[in-house]
Design a protein around this ligand. Structure first.
Ligand SMILES: [Zn+2]
Length: 94
């Protein structure tokens, strides 16, 4: 089963598909690659500013390219990436 939806990272049209785990699904994006995402992570990504998302997209694309299997992005993963990338903005997440 797959549908044409948006990439959670770059908002381009991307293919979504279901995985064995109902809490997560897969996304195939032409620019970001293939990755798995939890629903919580998708909500989190939706709250990000465009500038944050652009930074994350660069990080995730690197991660996707070096991964053997599609990497799973969960909200903690995204949170950690943001904190390490923007240490001065940590207060936003307190
Ligand atoms: Zn994308």
């Amino acid at each position: 089963m797959c549908e044409k939806l948006l990439c959670a990272i770059c908002r381009a049209k991307a293919e979504h598909y279901y995985t064995d785990d109902s809490n997560k699904y897969g996304i195939k994006c032409n620019s970001c690659g293939e990755y798995h995402l939890t629903e919580k992570a998708e909500i989190f990504l939706g709250l990000l500013l465009r500038v944050d998302r652009a930074m994350l997209a660069a990080y995730i694309r690197t991660k996707v390219k070096t991964a053997v299997n599609p990497p799973l992005l969960d909200e903690l993963d995204i949170f950690r990436t943001l904190v390490s990338a923007f240490p001065n903005q940590r207060s936003r997440f307190r």
